[in-house]
Design a protein around this ligand. Structure first.
Ligand SMILES: [Zn+2]
Ligand SMILES: [Zn+2]
Length: 258
């Protein structure tokens, strides 16, 4: 059997694949690279990232994180990514100069590749934040005292209603909390504006059960878009202002977890 040697460097004391040793192969191919000029689109208000057509990671940092950066690295199919260290520089907050120091395993040996590149940050207000700022809403929950309670239009009444409502917000779904956009004080209670009708309905129903209230739903035609009627839905939630919160029973809790 003839001795195999690397056609590039001539070494014969190391394994060769297709005539080339691992060192020479690593020099000749990019084990790690960054494609094109990456852009991260983020909402400066809430930190959400635009991924394709949707917004993700609301509440994330508006600074670049490994979660933004690591997916930008393209690793050679024969190499395994072990670890990345990031250094960030540059004075422009919207064009970040980065250097990735990447540990990869290639043909059984670990190597460190250093890749400098730039990431452009594009600030764009996400859908949720633009809806909020534009006072966009699809549903209103009118929080009122029950009709059996004495008719009252006082700050004390509004404070009690608010307290009742807040007491069950901890149980509200994530989507309901996110959809709650702003609230307005009315003489007889509160109007809560929401950006998602389904979430508003689930929140209103939760209020009905937990606060022993009554609920009435009505829709009003608001406009037309793309040949379809658009409705705004009003949920009138009346709760006894003297009453307390009904705690979920163990059986109900299990049901909701299921
Ligand atoms: Zn070689
Ligand atoms: Zn946002």
């Amino acid at each position: 059997m003839s001795q195999e040697f690397c056609v590039v460097c001539g070494r014969s004391d190391v394994p060769v694949v297709e005539g080339v040793c691992a060192d020479c192969a690593a020099k000749r191919t990019a084990l790690v690279r960054v494609e094109g000029r990456p852009v991260v689109v983020l909402c400066p208000t809430c930190g959400a990232r635009k991924v394709g057509q949707s917004w993700e990671r609301q509440g994330a940092s508006t600074l670049l994180t490994p979660e933004d950066l690591t997916p930008l690295l393209v690793i050679h199919p024969e190499a395994g990514l072990r670890k990345v260290r990031w250094t960030e520089g540059g004075l422009n907050p919207l064009i970040r100069q980065l250097e990735a120091s990447v540990d990869v395993v290639f043909r059984g040996a670990q190597r460190t590749e250093t890749i400098p590149f730039e990431v452009k940050i594009e600030h764009r207000t996400c859908l949720d934040c633009s809806r909020r700022s534009g006072h966009f809403f699809t549903a209103v929950i009118q929080l009122r005292a029950s009709l059996d309670d004495p008719r009252e239009k006082s700050p004390a009444l509004r404070a009690r209603l608010e307290e009742q409502f807040d007491s069950m917000m901890g149980e509200a779904s994530k989507s309901a909390k996110a959809a709650l956009s702003w609230k307005e004080e009315k003489p007889e209670g509160w109007d809560l504006y929401l950006t998602d009708t389904l979430a508003a309905r689930s929140l209103a129903r939760l209020g009905k059960v937990r606060l022993r209230g009554t609920l009435k739903e009505s829709a009003t035609l608001w406009g037309r878009k793309g040949g379809q009627d658009i409705y705004r839905v009003t949920f009138c939630l009346r709760v006894p202002v003297g009453g307390g919160v009904v705690r979920p029973s163990a059986a109900e809790r299990l049901e909701r977890q299921a």
